[in-house]
Each structure stands twice: as structure tokens, then as C-alpha cells.
Ligand binder design. Sequence first.
Ligand code: HEC
Length: 277
Amino acid sequence: MPRLALKSLPGLSLGALLAVSVLSSAQAQNANQSATDEIAKYRQMLADGNPAELWEMRGQELWQKKLGPNQQSLEQCDLGKGPGVTKGAYAELPRYFKDTNKVMDLEQRLMHCRMSLQGLTREQAVKTPFGSAGNPSDIEALVSFLTAESRGIKLAISTKHPAEKQAYEIGKKIFYYRAGSHDFSCASCHSVEGQRIRMQDLPNLNNKANAQAAYSTWPAYRVSQGEVRTMQHRLNDCFRQQRFPAPDYASDSITALTMFLAKSADGAVMNAPALKR
Ligand code: HEC
């Protein structure tokens, strides 16, 4: 009786959820539904107090703090809506920047500002992109603060500039590019309705509503990791599942792929950092 087994547990037990995979497919389907319901409840429960708020607060402090050889804050960083404008800036990224003559996503732009305003070297600006216990990431904190500044704002992604259009097309190519030991592309896992791996629903990113729900909720506090993770972290994990090599941090191909995902979600109301399993 898998459903009873799940219900009899206090709260959500991942062990129980994984154990379900040994059941027959009919049983498993019931249990899957029940597990999805449990996860939804769990999210709802924690939504009132998302730990991501701590990252947002630390990010705001970092944004305002004078740092680096130049002893400058990031408050004059131009995220696309003018120097110092943070409100709604993320909802228009990635975008073309005239000063660097390229399309940049938030993390690339942050790196640029930390180098140009604060005088950090590239190495210093990209240090610890992904935090762990005892080694927090300034980037995850800054990204949390800046995405929160677009909470409730609709994505408005431009592909008008030729460089933006090109980034979108390259991102789309990457999405459908099959290779590796399993001959997988992103689309292998993300372009079919109702597909799952183990207990995880795989969003069909060709479906606009799914694409919007997915994109508008990253970055996210990952309960399983105890950290806020950025879109780059999510994509790295997907490339790993695809048996592809790990992409370089803040590379142009990540920006292009992000451009494709963002444009596919255009019009969605941002609600990040969210809370995820
Ligand atoms: C082998 C299967 C697989 C491949 C290939 C794959 N992913 Fe994923 N993807 C997953 C899984 C599993 C999740 C997590 C779903 C969950 O936790 O609910 C996920 C989650 C995501 C999410 C977040 C969805 C959400 O709602 O939070 C995005 C965005 C995403 N993938 C994009 C991509 C992109 C882009 C690629 C290609 C680089 C890719 N994935 C390749 C399995 C895959």
C-alpha cells in the first residue's frame, strides 16, 4: 500500500519517495501522484519563510559595500536600465550591452561590474560561483538580491538587436544539440509532456506555460542542498545528466542558452528566488 506508507510518515521522507521506484507501474503511478502532492504541500509549507531571504539580504549588503582595490560598491553597476537601477533589471536579461558590445546575462554582467567598478581581476570576480557549507558564494547572494528586485515583474526579453537574435538562435541550437555517450540533447528530457526521471517531473520546455513556470522560479533555494542556486548551477547539473562536459562559468554559451530559455518564458511574472526540492 504505497499511498498509505507515504501518508503514515511524518512529513516528507525522500527515502520513502525513492523506495517507490520498486513498485509496479500502476502502483508507481498512484504513488508518483501522491509524492507530487506531498512535494507541492511541502513547498507551500515552506513558502511562507523561504531561507533565500537570507541570501537576498546578504546580496544587498554586498551590492552596497565598498570592496576591491578600487574600494567601490556595485551601486553604479548598469544592469541595462541605467547605472544603479536594480528594480526590474533582471526581467530584461540577457540583453545587449553597448559598452561591452555583447549580449550578457546577469552573472556575466555582475562579473563585468566587479571588474570594471571594483577593480577585481577576472579570477577574483568569478571566485566561488557555487557555495557550500562554510564557503558561501558572494555571487549566489548578489544574484539572489538582484533577481528578487524583479519579483512580480513580467519578463520582457528583447531579441530585436541582431546580437540578441543571434544569442537566441545559438541557445536554441544548444537546446536541440544531441551528443555524448547517450546521444542526449536538452530536448531529449525537456520536450515531451509528462516525462519523468525517478520521482521528478521533467518540464516540457517547449510548452510555454511550463517554460514560464520553470524560468520564473530560478534562482531557487534548494532544500536538498541548503543553498540558493542560480540558473547556471541548474544548467550545469542538466549538462551533467546529459553526459556533457561541465560548461565554463559565465560563458557565452550559457548566456545564449539562458537567452533561449528566457525568451521561451517571455511574459512570465518573475517569482524568484523560489524554493525547490
Ligand atoms: C537526462 C535528462 C535531462 C537532460 C538531458 C536535461 N535535463 Fe534539465 N532537468 C532534468 C531534471 C531531472 C530536472 C529536475 C526536475 C525537478 O527537480 O523537478 C531538470 C530541470 C531543469 C530545469 C528547471 C525546471 C524547474 O522547473 O525548476 C531547467 C530550466 C532545465 N532542466 C533545462 C535544461 C537544459 C537547458 C538542458 C540542456 C542543457 C537540460 N535541462 C538537459 C533532466 C534533464
